[in-house]
Design a protein around this ligand. Structure first.
Ligand SMILES: C[S@@+](CC[C@H](N)C(=O)[O-])C[C@H]1O[C@@H](n2cnc3c(N)ncnc32)[C@H](O)[C@@H]1O
Length: 302
């Protein structure tokens, strides 16, 4: 089904022009200064974002891919603008899935797909599943379009939205799995609140997962691994399904203090074996090349 056949989508917010990077930086700095927390839809509530939106020029190849494949793969549900919220009135429900994918196969949502190598490979390997790529970065979206179009995939759709905003308007029990691989580390202490794994986002993901569904997370940043355990391990509604014991510092470090981590008190945590449904992207490859351990997590909705 083509996206222009998706009925009843209200028009893009007319105020939703993409501002320049300076505007974004000022916008985000203002949110930092206000000390706001949580994630959510654009609009009335001001929220901390896990990304800074920049105007990015596409090279000729990516521009062509965008023109050729956007109608086929993009879900026109974003409000545009710096914050990439979801258009007013959009509800991400089963009816939308059936219109956009043309079936009701189980849905896997990847949050922050980067260049799209992983989700495209996964979609090609599992034609019996529906896949949704969520990404905010223009060249990453265009590259994902290029890969999907070249392979002629039918079971992948892409949305350029702030992922937590989409989960807020998603129907309960809609997704079989959610994946967040190598989220932006936001290493400075004062930026840890920008990390996408947050209690409010976990609440939304739990609600959107089917019972027994899983949120898979991976990071090569030790301090982010501690952050994931802190956000997730105490939840009664999601079980840490890990079976590998990993020792981690129990206090946080930031940019410039990472070297102090080894001397800090450590404790044991449960993590998972490497998820074999993930291909090796540049982010994982770079982490391995730098000698960092890859931390995999599986949290199952109970
Ligand atoms: C470090 S990259 C990892 C990309 C990919 N998962 C991989 O392993 O190659 C993190 C990605 O998450 C995206 N991202 C950050 N915040 C996001 C959000 N709120 N919604 C959707 N994507 C987001 C970034 O634009 C970036 O491409």
């Amino acid at each position: 089904m083509r996206n222009d056949q998706l009925p009843h989508l209200p028009p893009t917010d007319p105020a939703g022009e993409i501002p320049d990077a300076a505007h974004d930086a000022a916008d985000n700095a203002a949110h930092d200064a206000a000390g706001e927390g949580g994630h959510g839809m654009s609009g009335a509530r001001r929220v901390v974002l896990s990304f800074v939106r920049r105007r990015e020029r596409l090279d000729e190849r990516l521009e062509r891919a965008k023109e050729t494949y956007q109608d086929r793969y993009m879900l026109p549900i974003d409000a545009g603008g710096a914050r990439l919220g979801v258009r007013l009135g959009v509800r991400f429900d089963r009816a939308l899935v059936e219109r956009a994918w043309g079936n009701d196969h189980p849905l896997i949502v990847e949050v922050g797909t980067g260049q799209g190598e992983n989700i495209v490979a996964a979609a090609a390997a599992r034609p019996d599943m529906n896949f949704l790529a969520l990404e905010v970065y223009d060249p990453g979206i265009a590259h994902t379009l290029l890969l999907a179009g070249k392979q002629g995939l039918d079971n992948l759709r892409i949305a350029q939205v702030n992922a937590p905003a989409l989960f807020e308007v998603a129907e309960s029990g809609l997704a079989a799995e959610v994946w967040t691989f190598f989220p932006d580390p936001w290493p400075k202490m004062r930026h840890h609140k920008r990390r996408i794994v947050q209690p409010a986002f976990a609440d939304a993901i739990r609600r959107v997962l089917v019972p027994g569904g899983v949120w898979r997370i991976a990071t090569d940043i030790e301090d982010y691994a501690l952050h994931v355990h802190e956000v997730m391990d105490g939840r009664a509604d999601m079980r840490n399904a890990g079976s590998v014991t990993v020792s981690l510092p129990t206090e946080h470090v930031g940019k410039g203090t990472a070297g102090m981590a080894q001397a800090m008190p450590h404790a044991d945590f449960l993590e998972s074996e490497r998820f074999d449904g993930r291909i090796l992207t540049n982010f994982e490859r770079k982490g391995i090349a730098a000698g960092r351990r890859i931390h995999d997590f599986t949290y199952q909705a109970v």
